[in-house]
Ligand binder design. Sequence first.
Ligand code: PLA
Length: 452
Amino acid sequence: MPVSSPPSSQGASSTSDSSAAGSSPISRLNNIASHIAPKMASTTNFPSDVVPQAPEDPLFGLMAAFRADESPDKVDLGIGAYRDDNAKPWILPVVKKADEILRNDPDLNHEYAPIAGIQSFTSKAAELMLGADSPALKEKRSASIQTISGTGAVHLGALFLAKFFKGNRTVYVSNPTWANHHQIFSNVGIPTKQYPYFDKKTKGLDFEGMKNAIKDAPERSIILLHPCAHNPTGVDPTLDQWKELAEVIRSKNHFPFFDSAYQGFASGNLARDAASVRYFVEQGFELLIAQSFAKNFGLYGERAGCFHAVTAPGPDAQTTISRIASQLAILQRSEISNPPLYGARIVSLVLNDAKLFAEWEDNLTTMSGRIMDMRNSLRAKLEELGTPGTWNHITDQIGMFSFTGLTEEQVMRLRKESHIYMTKNGRISMAGLNTKNIDYFAKAVHAVVSSS
Ligand code: PLA
């Protein structure tokens, strides 16, 4: 019987890597085992035709490759996590303060949270997303449930739809979108289809393509939308375009599902970044929202998130939302029982205290402002160098990411020749750039673009 390997630092890697055959103690043990029982049939319930070796997650694989690179020049533009001007993770000063308050709270304990999470957190999270004067809040026709960050919220929404949505059980996502959307929905049996989004020529929004595809989708389809700072393109519709989209979505009775992972990161203004969602709610849509606090609070690993369901106005809206909330609680109970405390406690402290809230807004401006500086600087440098092509899209795009237009071949060359790490689709996390590495990056891009 094969001897299993200890878990590797990269998670689900296997022992069957032929390049390592015979070299590790585990493969030697496996060799001996196969001599002792050469003819023994495989005893696993999970042979390779049933459980094939899956590829490593491209983004987390990229992160591991970056960590393993020993070059002092290496640049990480992979995962969408904020970095300061020294390429270091930034603990928001307001989070440090909230943490201090938490740690000195004599009443704090480690009891379970309620199934729906910490109420002081979920209620303020809803206000943040919908606006304090939202008709949905006033009319009490929204339900909010704390989740395992944004991913957990998308998953909970997908699971709810898989169980209860009786329209066209297909979710339409932008082309491209955050790759995990495809996995999360297909895992619960909801297939994804794509609507055009990114115009390769203008490196901006293919609005007509997007609108027409949504118009052509069968009645009552699920439409997944990024409210701001679209991942991976950094391209957002204007508010007027959102209004047109709302009209199309209404005319086909589609069901909108917003995935908000970057509120405050696009413009630096929380209300402006939520304007699309708020507009749809004002228009009386029934909709779902996944909300992440990973990026805007820098609480990536703490997994603070929230899921909101909003039902349309009407005489039975409150009973509808109560039914929905009751089923969400059942799903939550069977999946995670109840959500983790720390991140939500931090967020709750900040959202419930006017002074801390103002400080948080200030921290958000620091992050979004530095990203905008890097956009301006990168564009200026590439234009100064005379790098072939146009570079206005770097400053036109918004939020954590820029879709550079670099080809996969160019991306791979940058990795090999200059130790610069970005996803193969040419997405860069803008926060990975800083005053110290931006010249190096611009020159490296200039070199590969000029010679390909
Ligand atoms: N939705 C979108 C659109 C995202 O970009 C991300 C994160 C999430 C949800 C999930 O975030 P959370 O679960 O951490 O709250 N996207 C990252 C990381 C930043 C990732 O892929 O997990 C990215 O680099 O694309």
